[in-house]
Design a protein around this ligand. Structure first.
Ligand code: SAM
Length: 241
């Protein structure tokens, strides 16, 4: 199947929702094993990039088991954090974690679709997404929705796996994601197909420079990005209005 074909089939929302619900139970453990725990550091960088003013509201879309939403709550006490995801199995885990987290900001987790956010325009001072936009069938709409619900002057922050531009990072990326990760997925999550989808979804996702262009076209401004982890992760930050 071509990359374009794979994109159409595998980014079907029902298929994606079912896949993430299936792997929800082992999702955190797989992240830990795949990144040697670095995923937490990358989420901390994403939370810092949101630059949330005191007392403001922040939305984390595609929140999964809630790690970035909880990191936002830790970093910005007395703010209000909302996590959104369309997988109930993920949300159950996020709520359970929030119940035991030492945080001083209220966090609520709601069911919803990134492509049709259930919030009024200008509802949040920042919107974040970690490892989420790679899975949606309509990227321009995803960023337009994130921009719509953000105040003018607020931020949109996007952390995502990306293809390194070249060199050792690119070779490592190929070996790790194409070979090791699907094997780990079969062994640990009992789901090789979800972890074969992962490298396929990264391959058919725009490289960091193109993603920045796409974000600008969706109405975001001052878009910039930095790479982490030998270039396999990109953090894009943009302003609204
Ligand atoms: C790879 S996980 C990322 C979870 C979390 N942000 C993290 O940092 O680990 C992707 C999440 O996005 C959710 N998702 C994918 N497409 C979505 C959509 N259109 N609307 C809402 N959630 C979506 C999935 O259910 C899944 O929980």
């Amino acid at each position: 199947m071509s990359a374009a074909g794979a994109r159409e089939v595998e980014r079907d929302p029902q298929h994606i929702e079912a896949m993430f619900s299936r792997i929800a139970r082992r999702y955190d453990l797989m992240n830990l094993l795949m990144t040697a725990g670095l995923d937490r550091h990358w989420r901390r960088c994403a939370a810092a990039a949101a630059a949330l003013p005191p007392g403001e509201r922040v939305l984390d879309v595609c929140c999964g088991t809630g790690d970035l939403a909880l990191e936002l709550a830790r970093r910005y006490p007395f703010s209000h954090v909302t996590g959104l995801d369309f997988s109930d199995a993920m949300l159950v885990r996020a709520r359970a974690k929030a119940a035991h987290a030492e945080i001083r900001s209220p966090v609520d987790f709601v069911a919803g679709d990134l492509l049709a956010l259930p919030f009024a325009d200008d509802s949040f001072a920042a919107v974040t997404v970690a490892y989420g936009v790679r899975n949606v069938p309509d990227l321009p709409r995803a960023f337009a929705e994130m921009a719509r619900v953000t105040h003018p002057g607020g931020r949109v922050v996007c952390l995502e796996i990306t293809t390194p531009p070249g060199g050792f990072g690119r070779r490592f990326h190929g070996l790790w994601f194409d070979r090791a990760v699907p094997a780990l997925g079969r062994l640990v999550a009992g789901d090789g197909s979800a972890y074969t989808y992962l490298p396929a979804s990264v391959r058919s996702f725009p490289p960091a420079e193109e993603l920045a262009v796409l974000m600008r076209r969706a109405g975001l401004r001052a878009v910039r990005f930095r790479r982490f982890g030998m270039g396999i992760i990109a953090l894009h930050v943009a302003e609204v209005g």
